[in-house]
Design a protein around this ligand. Structure first.
Ligand SMILES: [Mn+2]
Length: 424
């Protein structure tokens, strides 16, 4: 939808400045013994998945304010994801959510191929009721007191695996909203036992080359206790299920100020980190674009991920998971992909030999300064060069706006009602 001609026309007036900036940064890095082309190669190889549902406007419990030209179905969403990847060259895979994205597998594969995309982890949904389901999830799903409700939730997850198998996915992410709103409402231990028993049935349905990700979240929709509320519960789950079960850390699913980079480190140490969901927050949850509030924290998470990248068996699935309320979702997802990529490249700049030396000498000041020296480096020329060389846009947002994509799709996509709360 955004042709090579448009991208090239937008890149042309920016290319000379980019070459100048890239050469200047290369000379500066060379003085520190860093070869800029190595970082360029890393930037070009970087990938983060996009959630299909992120292409629509989110909302809060109070309202949703849809934009024009919102995707009406999974095929529109894949078109939008194709735009995001086409311009950033950083998001070649899309994570589907069932039942929102249910469609004939052959049609999904054909549309993905048309857009040059593949499929990432599947996401199940037992946190809301569907019109045709027999049992309500109002009081829980995989941990519900009623066996028939649990069976229905298990069956749904197994169906997600089946759909995923047909489109080349290799993982299932399970997040449940189960919990309690009042002290005494549930027996916390028995509720967790029921959850584990259900997860074991899902685990038994995993193909050999698949993994299951357990995603924790501190609160909401349950406001007193949540069954999988923290990384400890998630680790217990993954350890009890078996080697194909891993923990997935979502940046926004923690209390304010929690040291999330340390959680990453601990889960890597346990051999149980499966992936990461990127977003940002000022107070809680995952409603803001990656890197908008605490870019240094994003960098510190990546510092742990890069530090551990040579760990045997470490195979991480990274995805953007955020809600867009006041921006064009395509623009937010492109900006976020680039911010995540930026933190990855900055973390790749850390002088790990020097850092290890300062740590051995208990030189706290220089150890900290070593991290900040990498974080302060403006790596934008590397990111822009990576995009250009891969066929993307030097300036994705400017190119997207110049293309008139949103106005064009607004002509064919139906206007969406803003009534009611949104999916966040
Ligand atoms: Mn998430």
């Amino acid at each position: 939808m955004i042709t090579k001609d448009i991208i090239e026309a937008q890149n042309a007036p920016r290319a000379a400045d980019l070459e100048t900036d890239y050469a200047a940064l290369g000379a500066r890095l060379a003085r520190n013994g860093i070869e800029i082309d190595d970082l360029l190669a890393r930037a070009r190889a970087f990938e983060v998945a996009v959630p299909s549902w992120g292409t629509g406007t989110g909302g809060t419990r109070f309202a949703r304010f849809p934009g024009g030209g919102e995707p009406a179905n999974i095929f529109d969403k894949l078109d939008d994801c194709g735009v995001i990847h086409g311009l950033t060259q950083a998001t070649p895979r899309v994570s589907l959510h069932i039942p929102w994205d249910k469609a004939a597998p052959a049609d999904l594969l054909a549309k993905a191929e048309e857009q040059g995309l593949g499929f990432d982890a599947m996401n199940s949904n037992t946190f809301q009721d569907q019109p045709d389901q027999a049992h309500s999830y109002k009081f829980g799903s995989l941990s519900h007191v009623d066996a028939a409700t649990r069976a229905q939730a298990i069956e749904h997850n197994l169906e997600c695996i089946e759909i995923g198998r047909t489109i080349g996915s290799k993982a299932l992410t399970v997040w449940i909203g189960d919990g309690a709103n009042f002290p005494g409402q549930t027996h916390m231990s028995r509720q967790f036992d029921r959850y584990l028993a259900s997860m074991k049935e899902i685990y038994a349905g995993l193909p050999d080359d698949w993994r299951i990700f357990s995603e924790h979240k501190i609160y909401e929709p349950a406001f007193y206790s949540t069954v999988v509320q923290d990384w400890g519960t998630s680790l217990l789950t993954a350890q009890e299920l078996g080697e194909k079960a891993m923990c997935l850390v979502d940046l926004g699913h923690h209390a304010p100020n929690v040291n999330i980079e340390m959680i990453v480190s601990r889960l890597i140490r346990a051999g149980k980190l499966g992936g990461f969901h990127f977003n940002d927050s000022k107070y809680g949850d995952d409603d803001l674009d990656s890197g908008t509030i605490e870019p240094y924290r994003l960098f510190l998470v990546w510092d742990e991920l890069v530090d551990a990248e040579a760990t045997p068996g470490l195979d991480l699935a990274h995805m953007i998971d955020q809600s867009h309320n006041v921006t064009d979702p395509i623009e937010s997802l492109m900006i976020s992909a680039m911010e995540i990529q930026r933190a990855f490249v900055q973390a790749s700049l850390v002088d790990r030999v020097a850092l290890a030396g300062y740590q051995e000498e208990n030189d706290a000041l220089m150890a900290s300064a070593t991290l900040r020296a990498a974080f302060r480096t403006d790596v934008e020329p590397i990111l822009a060069m990576a995009r250009m060389q891969s066929g993307g846009a030097i300036d994705p947002v400017a190119t997207y706006r110049a293309s008139g994509y949103r106005a064009k799709v607004s002509e064919s996509r139906p206007v969406v009602s803003g009534a009611g709360g949104g999916i966040v």
